[in-house]
Structure formats: C-alpha cells, structure tokens
Design a protein. Structure first.
Lengths: 260, 413
C-alpha cells in the first residue's frame, strides 16, 4: 500500500489520480497535507498539484460520467472529508478502469459514500442560499457573515450573482477566511483580514455605526413579522430545530437575541 | 398607525393561509433588475411551529365585508383593523428581499367596499413591483372571489402563482359557516386562469414571444376539521379540482379555533395536526405514486387510519399484491411498497442492473426496511414457512421503534 500526500486542492487530488496510472500503483491511500502524519516507515509520496495533469483527468472523467456526475464529484470534494477524498480517488480510478456506468451502481460503497457526501454538501449549499442575511451598510454594501459546515461558497456564487444583480454584496465565510464580493458587475473571491475575531462572534450583527440608516428599522420589522406569522396553537419546537439547527441561529437576524 | 404595528396585525391575519411555496417560477433576472425564481423554492426561515417562511405573507387589509365563521377577520369579530398603502407593501417586499429574508410576496386581502375595488388595489401593487421596481422574485396573489374576469386575467401577467380558497370541502359545509360564499364563485376564476394558461401554452409552441402567465400554476386550500366532512369527502373534492382545473397544489389546513361559535370546535381545542399530515401523505400518493384516490379512500374506508400511514394502510388491505421482488418488479410496483420513496425506487431500478440487490444494500440506498421488509423479496430473502397475516405485520411495524407515528408518540402534539 502506497500513501499519496496531496495539497488539499482539487487540482492536487486529480493529479494524484494521474500519478497512480503513471506509477502503475496498486492500492493507494490518499491523504491531504494538513491531515498527514508521517508514520515510522515514512514513505508518503508527495503529489505536486499539476494543472495539466489535473485537466486531463477532469476531462477524462467528464467524458465518462457527464455533467451531472462531475457536479457530484465537485460537491463531494467541497465536503473536505478525509474518507471523501479517498472515495473520490478510488471512484475515479474505477470510472477509468470500468467505465462511467458505475455511477449508477448504488450497490457500490465508494459511489454511495461520494453521492451521500455530495448530497450533504448540496443541502448545506441550499441552507446558505436560505440563511444568508444581508445587513446594509452606510455605503450601500449588503454584507453577510456565514460559517458553513462545508466549503460551499463556490457553489452559491452563481445563485447570488444572478439574484442580486443590482446591489453590491459580500458574503464572508468566517471559518475559511475568504468571501465572495460582487461589485455590481461581477463576483470575485476575496481574502479579507478582519481585525475582530469574526469566527467567534456571538452574533453576526455589525456595529450600529457602520449600518445604513434604515437597517435597524428593517431588522425590527423582520423580527416582528417572524413572530407574528407563527401560529402558537401549532407549536412544534422539535420540528423547528430540525429545520434550523441551533448552530445557524447566530447568523439569522430573526433568531439572534441581540436587539438593535 | 406605525408601519411596525400594521405589519404585525396584517401578518397575524394572513398566517392561516398555509401555502408558502415559492417553487415552480420561471423568472430570470436578465436585465440587471432584482431577483429571480429558484427552481425548487427556498425556505428562508421556519417559525416555531415548524412551518416554512418563504414569502412575506400579508393581507393588504383585514377590513372585510364578509362574515365567515371560521375566519379571524370576519366583520363581526372584535379585533384591531389596519390597512397598508400600496407603496408600503412595495417597500417592505423590496427591502426584505434585498436582505435575503424572503423569496417574494404572498398578498391576500380582506374584501373592502367590493371585490373589484380590492382586486384593483392588489393588481396595482404587483404591477408596480414588476414594472417600476423591476422585481423578478416570486409573487403569490390571492384572487378575490367575485372580482371581474378582466382584472383576474391581468393579474395573471404579473403573478407567479394565483390561488383562491374553497375553504370547506363541501358546498353544504360552506352554506353552514359562510352562507355569503359558494364553490361556484371559486370555480369561475380558477377556470379563467386555467383556460388562459392552456391557451398561452398552446401559443408558446408556435410563437416565440408569449407573455409569462402564472408560471407556477394555481392552488387552493381546504379547512379540515371545522365541519364534519370525512377524509373521503375532502380528498375526492381535491382530486376533482386537480383534474378539472389543473391545480398545482391543494393545501389542507387543520382548523385552529378562532371564535366562540356553537357551529365550530371551541377555542383552545387542539388543531387536528395528525389528520392533516395523513391527508398530505395521501395527496402525495395521488400525485407522485400513481395511486387513484378510490384505492385509498372509498365507502368501506371513508377515513384514513391515523395510527399508520396511508400507503401502509393500503398495502395491508391488499395482501394479494405482495411480496414484490425488487430485483424484477416494475418501477410502478416498487413505488407502491411501504417504506420505499421515489428516490429509493429510482436507485433500486438503476442499481439492480449491476447485480441482485440484498437487504443491506437496500438499507444503504435509503429504504425504510422496518416497513418494507414485510412486502418485498430480494436476493437474500429467506423462505418462511408461514406468511404472517396483515394484522400481525401491522402489530410488528407499530412495535418497531423506528416507526415515527406510533401512537405512543402522539403526546408530542
């Protein structure tokens, strides 16, 4: 059994698939750099992220599994899961060895793991489309802080760009320290260092002095609406929490206790 | 009156309309305006009763000339009344939408002065949102009973969904609680809109520029448990409206007592939530699982079994159909197995091409085996000497912990 250590990027993982064929490796364990712990025997093979190799593998996969299959691969990769990387690696090799039909074989454990991980990532993507709350700042930037379970910003980019085409906005992932910024024309990934510890904030509310004049009013109106549209006779806390797990509350204007 | 107070009153008055769907819209944001439709809809939040908050759901006003016994806004009810100005509704919608609170607007109204006057106001709001604000988010507009055909058709050009409520499942029930209304008044606008949709869809085959018209279709709502109708009455009515008017959805709303009226359940009595749930499950079986309503409810079985779900209930009544071999059976038969949903059924049909499926694979695919195993045959099934009777199967399933709706859990509601 050989161990491949890749840099954690998609390019790196796809390069690993390329190298496996080049070296004619048999069983391979893939592990990302940040999770790699050299054992006594050493022997981890460092994989360089090579975009030419990765590109060939990606195109090869595309030919065999189609657009829907590629989406599943990409989503599962964004799951940032150690076993997910391994399953993606093994599944890729199975696709090259046995053909793209394997993507329908839900009796296969690797495929099942990849498709279930992809589904979790998609669910988180959908949650972010729902739970992002913009606060309007004095200079007209609609700002939101999130900390999704998986790295879903690349997946929500298109949705927010299409929808909020006539306002500038920023969605910042305070766990992964990067954001999406739309300047009124196009969306780009940005890295910003915030002076405050945004990852540990109790709520995601911005300080009042940077907010637009009417921001407080609309937050109050929204909270009032949220409470009044509830039907007390149907109270079902269990269901409520299943739909909005508590870890998301601090990002939701209507669920954070801090009043403006 | 302050805008905050108005919003609270008019949200309170609108919340008994259960529809909050925002799916099925087709609007795109092509011209750098604001908003678009999301294919499957988005629930931006959930209230403490566990219901989806997708749209800003409000009444334009809760002043009403009608006196329907089941309605909180009836004219004889002593409550605070309020009315929005057109611009106030527009501003609320746009500002909530820009903050990603909502998918769009659900606008209804009490009827003031007369039907056309009210409908005209609603039309003004949606027209302003679409044309002046270039808003492409979702709009669900209630049709006001008695409004003229011209106004209803024009509203269809701006709304994604239109709906008008039947309120009670039978004409007799309506006569009892809302003598000023009738099902005929509801059928007329449903028919106008449906005919326009069919006509425009026909034209769309031939011409390129045909205006969007109610792309997310029509829906209606039935109140459950206010009057004595059976589940059969309710779902036969729903089935007829699905067929006659091409409805996208029928909503079932467990009646929540809002008045001291001898004709109605008393204030404080619990809304029939479990019954409501069973009605929705049956509705799903009719729309996505290929069941005829008469298979699930008929003169021998006018009520749904509350202890078990309607598909299981049907399967136990039809032991001659089972067991089904999942490795050979047709897709439509696999769909009929209790514990197998649409997603699992599709995966089974794909996966069995690669080899005979076993129980452990079915479990991983997502089949609820505690129910399904009594009705299926797969690669590692063991031949048993004696088939258990439907009654025994029912007992076993109810006894298994995993069955969510076992009667012991009812106390949760």
């Amino acid at each position: 059994m050989e161990t491949y250590v890749f840099d954690g990027s998609l390019t790196g993982l796809l390069s690993a698939v390329f190298i496996a064929y080049e070296r004619r490796s048999d069983a391979v364990k893939v592990v990302s750099q940040d999770r790699y712990q050299p054992d006594l025997l050493g022997g981890g093979i460092k994989i360089d992220a090579d975009s030419r190799q990765a590109d060939r593998v990606w195109k090869g996969l595309a030919k065999r599994v189609g657009a829907a299959g590629l989406n599943t691969f990409y989503a599962a990769f964004l799951g940032e899961d150690a076993q997910g990387y391994q399953s993606l690696f093994d599944l890729s090799r199975a696709v090259f060895d046995r053909g793209g039909d394997i993507m329908e074989d839900f009796g296969n454990v690797q495929l099942l793991f990849v498709s279930q991980l992809a589904r979790k990532v998609h669910r988180e993507k959908h949650r972010m489309e729902a739970f992002v709350r913009f606060q309007k700042t004095a200079d007209g930037l609609f700002t939101s802080f999130v900390a999704p379970d998986y790295n879903v910003l690349p997946l929500i980019r298109r949705h927010f760009t299409d929808r909020y085409a006539d306002q500038r906005w920023l969605i910042y992932d305070s766990k992964r320290k990067y954001g999406l910024y739309y300047d009124g024309d196009s969306t780009a990934e940005v890295e910003i260092e915030f002076s405050g510890p945004t990852g540990k904030m109790r709520t995601s509310s911005l300080p009042e002095n940077v907010l637009a004049e009417d921001e407080g009013l609309y937050q109050r109106l929204w909270k009032g609406y949220f409470n009044h549209t509830n039907i007390a006779a149907r109270k079902n806390t269990k269901l409520h929490i299943r739909h909005i797990p508590k870890r998301y509350w601090r990002y939701l204007t209507e669920k954070s206790d801090l009043h403006l | 009156m302050q805008i905050e107070e108005k919003l609270n009153i008019l949200a309170d008055a609108a919340k008994y309309d259960v529809s909050c769907a925002s799916s099925g819209g087709t609007r795109k944001n092509s011209g750098k305006g604001l908003g678009n439709s999301h294919q499957s809809g988005i629930c931006h939040s959930y209230t403490e009763d566990g219901r989806c908050v997708s749209l800003l759901k409000i009444l334009l006003t809760n002043h009403c000339i009608y006196d329907c016994a089941f309605c909180v806004s009836r004219r004889s009810n002593d409550i605070r009344r309020a009315a929005f100005k057109v611009q106030e509704v527009v501003d609320l919608t746009i500002n909530f939408y820009r903050r990603n609170y909502i998918e769009g607007l659900f606008l209804s109204s009490g009827i003031f002065k007369n039907a056309d006057y009210t409908m005209e106001r609603l039309l003004q709001i949606v027209k302003k949102l679409r044309t002046e604000e270039r808003f492409h988010g979702y709009i669900h507009l209630k049709t006001i009973p008695g409004a003229s055909e011209q106004l209803v058709r024009e509203a269809g050009l701006y709304a994604d969904r239109m709906s008008i409520n039947l309120e009670l499942p039978t004409e007799a029930g309506l006569k009892q609680l809302a003598p000023e209304k009738s099902h005929e008044e509801v059928k007329k606008p449903l028919d106008w809109v449906n005919k326009s949709m069919i006509q425009l869809n026909g034209e769309r085959q031939l011409m390129r520029r045909v205006p969007t018209f109610v792309p997310a279709g029509q829906s209606t709502q039935l109140v459950v448990g206010a009057t004595a109708e059976s589940d059969k009455d309710i779902l036969y009515t729903a089935d007829r409206f699905y067929r006659d008017y091409g409805l996208k959805r029928v909503y079932y709303s467990g009646y929540i007592p809002v008045s001291e009226d001898h004709r109605l359940p008393a204030i404080g009595s619990h809304p029939p939530l479990l019954r409501e749930n069973r009605l929705y499950q049956t509705d799903w079986l009719m729309r996505f699982y290929g069941f005829e309503v008469s298979e699930l409810l008929n003169d021998d079985h006018p009520f749904l079994d509350t202890a078990i779900d309607p598909k299981l209930s049907w399967a136990l009544r039809c032991p001659q159909v089972f067991p089904i071999d999942v490795n050979t059976a047709e897709y439509r038969m696999i769909l009929r197995v209790p514990g197998i949903g649409v997603g699992s059924a599709q995966k089974i049909v794909q996966a069995r091409k690669f080899g005979k499926l076993r129980f452990d694979q079915l479990r991983k695919i997502g089949v609820a085996l505690n129910r399904a195993r009594h009705f299926i045959w797969c690669a590692d099934s063991v031949l048993s000497l004696r088939e258990p009777s439907p009654m025994e199967i029912r007992q076993r399933i109810l006894a298994s912990q995993a069955y969510r709706f076992s009667p012991t859990q009812l106390s949760l509601f």
